[in-house]
Design a protein around this ligand. Sequence first.
Ligand code: S3P
Length: 179
Amino acid sequence: MNTAPRLHNIALIGFMGTGKSSVGQLVASHLRFSFFDTDHDIEARAGKRITEIFAQEGEVAFRQWEERIVAELVSRTRTVIATGGGLPTHEQNLTSLKTHSLVVCLWASPEKIWERVRGQSHRPLLNDSDPLAKIRRLLETREPYYRQADVLINTEMRSVREVAQQVIHQFQMARSAGG
Ligand code: S3P
């Protein structure tokens, strides 16, 4: 008996700056799926930017927003979900996503991530005196969670378009295997 969950959706996980939102939007338009970004949804519902949530309510409050949203996603179908970089470090989030989505992790080295995110200021966790060291530290603690994805894609030598093609290919393969 095939006990694998039905793959209704695609969930993109991975560190900040790995391209989850841009890849996700491209994949969604290609498959004619909806696109859902957990960070955008939190900002819309809270009525403030993520930096403000972190500053005024703290990271714990932000993580509670993430948990609430992930729990609601179980009823979704035909959706590409882009998640915030820290979301899968809460084990129940990952477990929940896996019940309805092919979970794809987009990967890049700390140096590449720093190259992509430097100059941006909307990520409170990188407002640090040594952002590259912070990226290295965070990536190291998060790696065990990211590695629990169904598929891992290295984004370093690939364009957004190429990564999107890979994601679609993996999704179609997983589906034809019975998911
Ligand atoms: C975070 C990543 C951000 C956002 C928040 C916290 C993290 O999302 O959720 O700033 O903990 O890595 P992106 O990964 O989309 O930048």
